[in-house]
Ligand binder design. Structure first.
Ligand code: ADP
Ligand code: MG
Length: 444
């Protein structure tokens, strides 16, 4: 039993009862796993739903048991079959968590501790792997079909599964509890702007405003913390891109789900195992994408010197580009973009970078996870340009609670996203694109 040492949390943590496998069965399975394969990669592309492969495994199993004169009860026989099918065709001990759509994330912290998130709540599960070797077996089954290597030379792997889910693997000695697997499932259906209005993350008026901004080809940056809903909001904002525009999406790990037809999806590529060739980073993709005749570039998240390439793309006629950045306020987003651009190593003076930001970015949309656990837009801010050495920011909408008057953004729940009473300077662009927004949108 685990006792919490934290001062605030004196409650004892009691893990759930675990589904340990009898040592006899676990030992047998360990011995049988490699023996049931004709070649190590025989079932790499198979899943537990492949009936033919299941039959093959059961047949080989029975033959082997008979040959070796191993007697099992019916219950033992069943347990061994089920476990082996999951090991050879699936994800081992976590198969049922992988199959169950209500689990969005699965975390294997070594063989004994497995957590999973269901409807936003994360709990320890009853599942366990038999031992470290069992976790490793599953880790290898995950990476092999992806043409990736997971070993002492490549002890950490970040990859995308064929169904779009993300998987991260790290092994000892870095992972102290044993091989650690983190799976983030690909959502079956992306949230729409209507969903976000229903959740109170934005209002219908604000959705209409954002649609106008996209159609009028403003460059928009979504800012927010980890898990605040940046990618989700970027996806919603991208859904406003007109059908007839050629859109390139560039991501580290493809998450965006655009429904338009003329979309080219690009993802960073790791180097060929054992070499440093074949790698494509966000920077390479952003630069390369400019030669692919894009009308729009959507970059999943700007994390490094790619910021400068993105700003240059925005400033050289690729208006209407969209991206996200990890930042806690629009002001912070500007300084993050500045820091990241300087990482590009071009030796540009800070002021040059800053003025590039001021002229490239038109709008910053701040997304946050509030204290009550809800995710909301807390500020929509216009970048108006430079005054002296400063970037001028002007809030257009602010999420405010009654306790926080004066358009100060709030992080308490139960507030409202309200207009600040100022018409953004770029509204002239709306009329150029034939968009009429009701004036009440900007009335506070
Ligand atoms: N506005 C929202 N309301 C409720 N849940 C949301 C909202 N935005 C995102 N989520 C959920 O929050 C989780 C994290 O969202 P994501 O967009 O991946 O965040 P980020 O990109 O900032 O890390 C996802 O499970 C997503 O479905
Ligand atoms: Mg994200």
């Amino acid at each position: 039993m685990v006792k919490s040492n934290s001062i605030q949390n004196t409650e004892e943590y009691i893990p759930p009862p675990k589904r340990h496998t009898e040592p006899k069965i676990a030992g047998l399975r360990r011995w049988l796993r490699p023996k049931l394969l004709a070649t190590p990669s025989e079932f790499d592309l198979a899943t537990t739903a492949d009936l033919e492969h299941r039959k093959t495994i059961i047949f080989r199993l029975q033959t082997l048991l008979q040959h070796n004169n191993i007697q099992l009860t019916q219950a033992e026989q069943q347990e061994i079959e089920e476990g082996l099918i999951n090991d050879l065709l699936g994800f081992g001990a976590i198969q049922s968590l992988v199959d169950d759509r209500s689990y969005s994330e699965i975390m294997v912290n070594g063989p004994e501790v497995i957590f999973a998130e269901c409807k936003g709540k994360m709990d320890e599960t009853e599942f366990v792997f038999d031992d470290e070797e069992h976790v490793q077996w599953t880790a290898q089954r995950i990476v092999r079909p992806l043409q990736r290597e997971f070993n002492r030379c490549n002890p950490m792997v970040d990859a995308r599964l064929p169904d779009g889910s993300r998987v991260h693997l790290i092994m000892p000695p870095a992972a102290l509890q044993g091989t650690t697997i983190t799976i983030r499932k690909f959502p079956e259906k992306a949230l729409t702007w209507e969903d976000l209005v229903k959740f109170g993350s934005l209002t219908e008026d604000v959705a209409q405003f954002l649609r106008a901004c996209v159609i009028a080809r403003l460059n928009i940056v979504v800012a927010g913390g980890t898990g605040s809903g940046k990618t989700t909001l970027l996806n919603v904002i991208s859904s406003f891109i007109p059908e007839d525009e050629r859109t390139l999406t560039i991501e580290d790990s493809a998450e965006l789900q655009l429904s338009q037809r003329h979309v080219v999806r690009l993802e960073t590529a790791p180097p060929i195992p054992g070499s440093d060739e074949g790698q494509l980073r966000i920077r390479d993709l952003v630069k390369g994408s400019l030669r692919m005749r894009p009308d729009r570039i959507v970059v999943g998240e700007i994390r490094d010197g790619a910021a400068l390439d993105m700003l240059q793309a925005m400033n050289t006629g690729h208006d209407g580009s969209l991206t996200t950045v990890h930042a806690n306020s629009p002001r912070d987003a500007v300084s993050r973009l500045e820091t990241l651009s300087l990482m590009a190593g071009m030796d540009l003076p800070v002021l040059v970078v800053r003025s590039q930001i001021a002229s490239a970015v038109h709008l910053i949309v701040q997304q946050a996870r509030l204290k009550d656990g809800t995710r909301k837009i807390t500020q929509i801010t216009e970048v108006q340009g430079m005054e002296g050495e400063n970037v001028i920011l002007q809030n257009i909408f602010t999420y405010t609670t009654t306790g926080k008057p004066g358009y100060q953004p709030s992080h308490e729940g139960g507030g409202q996203l309200m207009a600040n009473g100022l018409r953004p300077k770029f509204t002239e662009r709306f009329s150029e694109y034939g968009i009429e927004l009701p004036p009440r949108l900007f009335v506070s």
